[in-house]
Ligand binder design. Structure first.
Ligand SMILES: CC(C)(COP(=O)(O)OP(=O)(O)OC[C@H]1O[C@@H](n2cnc3c(N)ncnc32)[C@H](O)[C@@H]1OP(=O)(O)O)[C@@H](O)C(=O)NCCC(=O)NCCS
Length: 357
């Protein structure tokens, strides 16, 4: 018991209807409510049935703590890690409902998840935190790209806990549908020349491409700019791709729409992009990874992949209102492609780091 609140750890439930399901659902709702304020939109929130498979992923263990007042959950904190020998990083989140702030709940939860990370042998914490726009003083990113409101509670809170702002991410929205999409795909195919060919699939990765997707997945963790956050390498294997696909098929109501580009002379994949589509047509689609391998850059493959997969989405899951995507503010190549397609900025998120030992 601390003050008028208590803290406990949730067990990730096997199903939402079974033991622990109601608490898990409520913890997701609390997180979603806080995030909708920070992003100024609920378009990036995942429902409990979409979160459960993500929280059940053995490659990315997650601990959930909640704070209760009068028995009801009013705040949550997450400690997320990855497996692997050089896995030195924990990704932490602390979210308190607005009406329960400034009474020490955030501090108690953040202390607890930092201690969990330390007990897990992690030496570094990374926190991504949305910042609602507004007037007033700004805090600039040390990368030179982007700024956030300096008097946001997250800034005061995290600075006070010894975190450094390292990077700013931009959340952007693309309204759908896009006029003249098929023409854009033809133009992109002409620009990249005869050595490259697009492949498309929904859901499971075809066996033929599992190795290639694993390689791209690993490179995604090292090749996307992460500034002073120094996000660690996350190694994918064909087996992990299969296991991840199987879990998604079994548990997730969302569908993955993939486009990948083959380099015909070598038969290898040069890049990929994935959209994650919710079941409900009125909800936004989420952009997952997009990557072109370094040795294949300069052939306009980023644009080819993006417009190719947008056309693929139109064919297999039409009617969604928009696509949401996160990009580092300094990632000009990716932002150029996205802006050319029609993405517009809607919110900012700070990327913070603390060395725990
Ligand atoms: C940041 C957040 C977790 C703080 O939760 P909280 O329960 O209010 O935190 P605490 O009561 O323990 O506050 C600790 C200190 O942070 C600072 N702080 C927190 N909110 C502040 C605010 N609105 N203005 C100024 N300082 C603030 C203060 O120094 C405060 O100490 P004090 O109350 O003794 O002055 C909460 O505002 C929140 O959920 N925000 C949205 C999500 C987020 O940004 N999370 C942080 C990154 S994961």
């Amino acid at each position: 018991m601390m003050g008028d609140f208590t803290i406990d750890q949730l067990t990730i439930p096997a199903t939402l209807n079974g033991p622990g399901g109601a608490d898990f659902i409520r913890s997701v709702e609390v997180g979603n409510e806080v995030e909708a304020i920070g992003y100024g939109t609920a378009d990036v929130t995942y429902e409990p049935d979409e979160e459960l498979p993500i929280f059940s992923n053995p490659h990315e263990p997650k601990h959930v703590l909640v704070a209760r007042v009068g028995g009801g959950i009013v705040a949550r904190a997450l400690c997320e890690t990855t497996l692997g020998d050089d896995a030195d990083t924990a990704w932490l989140t602390t979210e308190v409902l607005p009406e329960f702030r400034r009474r020490g709940i955030g501090t108690a939860l953040a202390d607890a998840v930092e201690n969990m990370a330390l007990a897990d042998g992690k030496s570094k914490a990374i926190v991504y935190s949305p910042v609602a726009e507004g007037p007033g003083p700004r805090m600039d990113s040390p990368t030179g790209y982007g700024s956030i409101r300096a008097d946001d509670p997250s800034v005061t809170f995290l600075t006070g806990r010894g975190y450094r702002l390292e990077q700013i991410e931009r959340l952007s929205r693309l309204p759908l549908p896009i006029a003249g999409l098929d023409g854009l795909v033809v133009a992109a195919e002409e620009r990249c020349g005869p050595e490259y060919r697009l492949h498309y699939w929904v859901g499971r990765t075809p066996e033929r491409w599992r190795e290639g997707i694993a390689h791209l997945g690993t490179r995604m963790s090292t090749d996307a700019p992460t500034a002073g956050l120094e996000e660690p390498e996350d190694i994918w294997t064909a087996e992990r791709v299969k296991e991840s696909d199987d879990r998604a098929e079994r548990m997730s109501p969302r569908r993955r729409i993939t486009a990948a580009v083959e380099h015909l002379p070598t038969g290898e994949l040069a890049g990929f992009t994935i959209l994650s589509v919710p079941q409900q047509q009125h909800r936004a689609v989420d952009q997952y990874a997009t990557l072109v391998l370094k040795e294949h850059r300069g052939h306009a493959l980023g644009m080819l992949l993006k417009v190719g997969n947008l056309a693929h989405l139109e064919r297999v899951k039409p009617g969604h209102p928009s696509i949401m995507t996160f990009n580092a503010e300094e990632n000009r190549h990716m932002l150029d492609v996205n802006e050319a397609v029609g993405f517009v900025p809607v919110a900012s998120e700070g990327g913070w780091r603390k060395d725990l030992r």
